[in-house]
Design a binder for this molecule. Structure first.
Ligand code: S3P
Length: 172
């Protein structure tokens, strides 16, 4: 995949808080290739924040935009692409990714994810009575689906972003 140049887009998948954006940015910098954050692209295309999109149009609309943006980005030149945590849940999206990219699951324990997301209020799905339980439910439902990714890389609390980026590059 890495011989001379990036041949396929590397698509980082995994839960909120797994480090997809931070690790993706570091991988792209190390390899000297472009980095794209799918959620940023959705926000730019809709000219509003993820929270506003959820609030105004609902999750189903967000998921449609997500698939459209994913398809557009995968049709472009190879890059490092970080997705939102739900993007890999749809079979359609998994097929799009398998067709022109390589999926990399950043796998982290629930407690580590919680430690990272608990003080942020940027995630509409976690605006519930009990955000820990919500995260846990998503984690349990999604883990078997993330496991379908082509490459698995585990994140531990003592790993830095740099360690994770090196682990991803070694795995490619
Ligand atoms: C979502 C994760 C978010 C964002 C949206 C939905 C999810 O991205 O796409 O809030 O379904 O897990 P991050 O994984 O970057 O937080």
């Amino acid at each position: 995949l890495l011989a001379q140049e990036l041949k396929k887009t590397v698509v980082l998948v995994g839960m909120m808080g797994a480090g997809k954006t931070a690790v993706g940015t570091a991988v792209a910098r190390k390899l000297g290739v472009p980095f794209i954050d799918q959620d940023d692209e959705i926000q730019a295309a809709a000219n509003s924040t993820i929270s506003e999109i959820f609030q105004t149009y609902g999750e189903a609309f967000f998921r449609e935009k997500e698939t459209q943006v994913l398809a557009r980005l995968l049709a472009g030149p190879p890059c490092i692409l970080s997705t939102g945590g739900g993007a890999f849940m749809s079979e359609r999206n998994r097929d799009l990714i398998a067709a022109s990219g390589v999926s990399v699951w950043l796998n982290a324990e629930l407690n580590l994810l919680w430690a990272r997301v608990r003080y942020r209020d940027t995630r509409p799905l976690l605006r519930t009575e009990n955000p820990y339980e919500t995260l846990k439910t998503l984690f349990e439902a999604r883990t078997p689906v993330y496991a379908k990714a082509a490459i698995h890389v585990s994140s531990f609390s003592n790993y830095s972003v740099d360690d994770m980026a090196n682990a991803v590059i070694r795995a490619l």
